[in-house]
Design a protein around this ligand. Structure first.
Ligand code: PMP
Length: 371
């Protein structure tokens, strides 16, 4: 009976790939877990205390739709300093995910095409489908860098927007300044919206982060505090872009999320003053542990950012390889076909203790040598 109740959109996307991994993982007692998409450090103590204090001092009501004034003002100031005053409008979202949903609801009609890069962050594909639009994959294999000529070739009359993510989940690549400029210019020339998911911008190991928003005022930027401040459960992010678009996004926020969690917005203000650089250095070392440990045994691109690496499996089917890693070696990694049309690679998250990473690398080296 329930089948008849379900809206069509429940059939337009599925979550079975990742669920399969979780089901397998649930069978393990003490896995070597390199599958986690969140940092292994906690929110700064000062932020935790500020959030508790906000609850105790009864900041438990709704905040304005666009965010609690002190946090929103701070974010707007940061954006103004970077892009110039009056250029971009900012507001607080319920995580970067919240910003993504609002952006797509604001910009995408059923039947539209949305360009995403394959491999992609799973939510892009699901949200695009959920809204009745069509994801168009532009492959970044084998080095995972964006080829702007391929993007141009993929644009049709139906293309509504392009979603890019640098540093990228699941590949760890970063878009160069030239790519950011070229893609922003292309989007403007073709009058296609460009969305830049910058949630991993703190995690850049070898150079500076560049946003395509540096090259066009039209780019919609989504960002969040989950990863850089170790607070993914707080559900806090922010979006900035052209006033006209942001106003429409706020309209959707008003009738969906209402506002981001109040007390946690006050906690986040305290986090913004915290120096997180020691974690960046630690994560660079973790990146090196993975890359140096695997490079002689796997076809692997050195991650430049985020906390993921995306090596090629040594066998034809990456999902079969991952199943064996999980069931026979207790190593939890994610098959690439969760993030991609291809079943050739797998994702390692190095948001884990050094000890876990070393163990995981040992297992993978042994599997490459001995099957
Ligand atoms: N974008 C990317 C690329 C991500 O990897 C994630 C989290 N895994 C998100 C957005 C969502 O982050 P948030 O917790 O801010 O909703």
């Amino acid at each position: 009976m329930y089948d008849k109740w379900l809206a069509d959109r429940t059939h337009w996307f599925d979550a079975s790939g990742i669920r399969k991994v979780f089901d397998l993982a649930a069978k393990l007692e003490n896995p070597v877990n390199l599958s986690i998409g969140q940092p292994d450090f906690d929110a700064p103590e000062i932020a935790r205390e500020a959030a508790v204090e906000a609850i105790s001092s009864r900041k438990n009501g709704y905040t304005p739709t666009q965010g609690a004034a002190p946090l929103r003002t701070l974010v707007q100031k940061q954006v103004d300093e970077q892009y110039g005053e009056g250029v971009r409008e900012a507001f607080i979202t319920s995580g970067t995910s919240g910003g993504l949903l609002l952006t797509l609801m604001t910009l995408v009609n059923p039947g539209d095409e949305v360009i995403i890069f394959d491999p992609f962050f799973v939510m892009y594909d699901a949200l695009v489908r959920m809204l009745g639009a069509k994801p168009v994959y532009v492959s970044t294999y084998p080095d995972f860098h964006i080829d702007v000529n391929k993007v141009e070739a993929a644009i049709t009359d139906k293309t509504k927007l392009i979603i890019m993510n640098s540093p990228a989940n699941p590949t760890g690549t970063i878009a160069s300044e030239a790519v950011c400029r070229d893609i922003a210019e292309l989007a403007d020339r073709k009058q296609v919206a460009l969305v830049s998911d910058e949630i991993y911008k703190f995690f850049c190991y070898d150079g500076e982060f560049t946003s395509p928003a540096k090259f066009s005022k039209n780019v919609i930027v989504l960002d969040g505090y989950s990863k850089c401040y170790g607070m993914p459960g707080w559900r806090l992010g922010f979006a900035h872009g052209p006033h006209e678009i942001i106003q429409q996004m706020l309209k959707f926020q008003q009738y969906t999320f209402v506002c981001a969690p109040s007390a946690l917005q006050f906690g986040a203000i305290a986090a913004l003053d915290t120096d997180m650089k020691p974690y960046l250095d630690a994560y660079r070392r973790k990146r090196d542990l993975v890359y140096d440990g695997l490079k002689d045994y796997y076809d692997i691109v050195k991650s430049e950012g985020a906390f993921y690496s995306f090596p090629k499996a040594p066998t034809a089917s990456a999902s079969e390889f991952v199943n064996r890693a999980i069931l026979e070696r207790q190593l939890l990694i994610i098959p690439g076909n969760v993030f991609s049309a291809c079943d050739t690679h797998f994702r390692i998250s190095f948001a884990a203790s050094d000890e876990t990473i070393v163990k995981g690398v040992e297992i993978l080296v042994d599997m490459a040598k001995n099957g």
